[in-house]
Write a protein that binds this ligand. Structure first.
Ligand code: KIV
Length: 288
C-alpha cells in the first residue's frame, strides 16, 4: 500500500513536474475504489448538494452533512489525502467561525486539509485557519457558492479586467497562507500566468492543462449525473448506463421469477422431517 501523502509530497510533486490527479467523491464505496487505483487526493466537495442531495446548487449544504460524508470517505480510503470542502456560511461571518469549523473538519471528519472558496474577500479567514495549523486549499475563479452574486455559473477571467481580479485573488490567497490553489472555470491563459507566478501547487478544474494537477467530479467522470455536464468534464465511463441496464435486468428477473436463483438462496441444514412436522403443527394451531 502506498504511503499516505502529506502537503510536502504535493509540493514535491510540483517540483518534480508530476501531475496530481484528484477526484470529488462523497461516499465510502467510491472512495475505496479511488484508493485502490492510487488517486492522489479526494475532495469531499460541497457539490454533494447537487449530486447526492438533489439541490440546485451547493448553498444548502451544512457542516453536519459535510462532516458525515468526510467520515464515510475516510473509512473507505484510510490512506488517501483527503480534503474537506467548507460549505457556504461556515466561514463567512467571522474568523472564529472559520477556525472552529475548519477544526471540526480535521477532528471529526478526519480530513488532511480544508478547501474554501474566495480570494481577496476571505483572505483574513484563510490566514486565521492557516495560523491554526490547518492546511488550506484556496479555490477561486468560478466559485459555485457565490454563483448568485456572479449571475450564474460563469467562467471568470475571460478578459484583461476580469483576469486581473482572478490574479489578484490568487495572490491574496497565497499571501494569506493557502498551501495550494484550485482554479475553477478560468481560461488557460489566465490560469497559466497564475501557475507561473505562484510557488504553491496550482490545480485546475476547467482551467486548462497548464496546472500542477486536475480535479474532476466522480459523478461527471464516471457518468453518474445526468442533469448537467460542464464543458470541461470528460466522461471516462458511463455508470449511469450500466446502472440503468442493471436495474432493468433486475426488474425483469424479479417479475419473471428467475431471481433469486439457487445460488442466491440459503440452505436449511436442520432435520427436514422434524421441520415439516413442526410446520404442520404450527399451521394447524394458527389463528390469524
Ligand atoms: O464541490 C466541488 O465539487 C468542488 C469542485 C468543483 C472542485 O469544489
Amino acid at each position: 500500500m502506498a504511503k499516505k501523502k502529506t502537503i510536502l509530497d504535493l509540493q514535491q510533486m510540483k517540483a518534480n513536474g508530476e501531475q496530481a490527479a484528484w477526484m470529488v467523491i462523497y461516499d465510502s464505496c467510491l472512495a475505496s475504489f479511488a484508493e485502490e487505483v492510487g488517486m492522489d487526493m479526494i475532495l469531499v466537495g460541497d457539490s454533494m448538494g447537487m449530486i447526492i442531495y438533489g439541490y440546485d446548487g451547493t448553498v444548502p449544504v451544512t457542516m453536519d452533512m459535510s462532516i458525515a460524508h468526510c467520515q464515510g470517505v475516510r473509512r473507505g480510503a484510510p490512506n488517501t489525502y483527503l480534503i474537506g470542502d467548507m460549505p457556504f456560511g461556515s466561514y463567512h461571518a467571522s474568523c472564529e467561525d472559520a477556525v472552529n469549523n475548519a477544526v471540526r473538519f480535521i477532528k471529526e471528519g478526519g480530513v488532511d486539509a480544508i478547501k474554501l472558496e474566495g480570494g481577496v474577500a476571505i483572505a483574513d479567514k484563510i490566514r486565521a485557519i492557516a495560523n491554526a495549523g490547518i492546511v488550506v486549499f484556496g479555490h477561486i475563479g468560478l466559485t459555485p457558492q457565490s454563483s448568485a452574486a456572479m449571475g450564474g455559473f460563469k467562467v471568470q477571467g475571460k478578459n484583461t479586467a476580469t483576469a486581473k481580479a482572478v490574479i489578484d485573488d490568487a495572490v491574496a490567497v497565497y499571501k494569506a497562507g493557502a498551501r495550494t490553489l484550485l482554479l475553477e472555470g478560468v481560461p488557460e491563459e489566465t490560469a497559466s500566468f497564475i501557475h507561473k507566478i505562484l510557488p504553491i501547487p496550482v490545480y485546475g478544474i476547467g482551467a486548462g492543462a497548464d496546472c500542477d494537477g486536475q480535479v474532476i467530479l466522480a459523478a461527471d467522470a464516471l457518468g453518474m449525473y445526468k442533469n448537467f455536464t460542464p464543458k470541461f468534464a470528460k466522461k471516462y465511463c458511463n455508470l449511469g448506463e450500466v446502472a440503468t441496464q442493471g436495474m432493468r435486468d433486475y426488474i425483469s428477473e424479479v417479475k419473471a421469477g428467475t431471481f433469486p436463483a439457487p445460488e442466491h438462496k440459503y440452505k436449511f441444514t436442520g432435520d427436514k422431517d422434524e421441520f415439516a412436522a413442526f410446520l404442520a403443527e404450527y399451521e394447524k394451531n394458527l389463528d390469524l
